[in-house]
Design a protein around this ligand. Structure first.
Ligand SMILES: Cc1cc2nc3c(=O)[nH]c(=O)nc-3n(C[C@H](O)[C@H](O)[C@H](O)COP(=O)(O)O)c2cc1C
Length: 215
């Protein structure tokens, strides 16, 4: 048998250059247009995220689409509470800068998706996580990133909201007690595209050059 499947793709230089462009233009988005995504697109993006790697092939991510207005309002209220608490921990000039930042697009984003992890999934029979149980959560994070890139390739932006109380969000969404919140995602068409992160444009932090240790 050949070592290579007959229909395995070969990615050429044009695709590689476009992929690099996708990585550079993926942004965390907080400012959304309100228009809905085309029917079925979110489901297809989530199916792509389901192709992410996972420890032991455990697929421990659990996606929850949040459309119910009351639950969305409760998540927004939780964000406001957590963000006010975070603001209070900032000191000096940083506090004024923090107060100016827009750190979630919960109001405008047409789609909300919460991503949880099942920390002790049966699937995968524990392979790969005896010494690193955190590998399960890492797997869910990769699913989020896969979703992020797949969405960007369709011109759709994602904003990751972590300024939330995870157990309150679990209660608001009425999901199993064992699930831990990994990400609350705002999804929709961005108001604008940018190659520079918003936090950099707002003077909060700069992306630094890579630093690799050699041993
Ligand atoms: C785990 C994680 C949590 C994040 N939480 C928030 C958040 O609560 N609010 C926010 O505005 N951005 C959040 N971000 C987005 C980061 O601020 C953003 O990725 C960073 O500033 C770099 O910008 P870029 O994603 O556009 O390259 C989060 C990103 C990650 C990976």
């Amino acid at each position: 048998m050949s070592a290579r499947e007959a229909d395995a793709p070969i990615f050429g230089p044009a695709f590689q250059a476009e992929l690099d462009t996708l990585f550079r233009w993926r942004r965390d988005v907080r400012r959304f247009r309100r228009d809905a995504l085309p029917a079925g697109l979110l489901d297809r993006l989530l199916a792509t995220a389901n192709a992410a790697p996972s420890v032991g092939l455990s697929q421990p991510w659990r996606f929850v689409t949040v459309d119910d207005p009351a639950r969305r309002a409760a998540v927004r209220a939780d964000f406001e509470t957590c963000n006010a608490a975070a603001l209070a921990t900032q000191d000096g000039a940083r506090m004024a800068n923090y107060a100016r930042l827009k750190l979630a697009g919960l109001e405008q984003a047409p789609c909300h998706v919460a991503v949880f992890v099942e920390p002790d999934p049966e699937q995968g029979y524990g392979l790969g996580r005896r010494t690193m149980p955190e590998a399960v959560a890492y797997s869910a994070v990769i699913a989020v990133h896969t979703l992020w890139l797949a969405a960007r390739a369709q011109g759709i932006g994602i904003g990751w909201v972590s300024i939330l109380d995870p157990s309150r969000v679990r209660a608001i969404l009425d999901v199993p007690e064992t699930w831990h919140l990994v990400a609350y995602l705002c999804i929709g068409y961005p108001e604008t595209d940018a190659v520079i992160p918003e936090l950099e444009r707002e003077g909060w932090e700069n992306r630094r050059s890579i630093n690799v240790l050699a041993r």
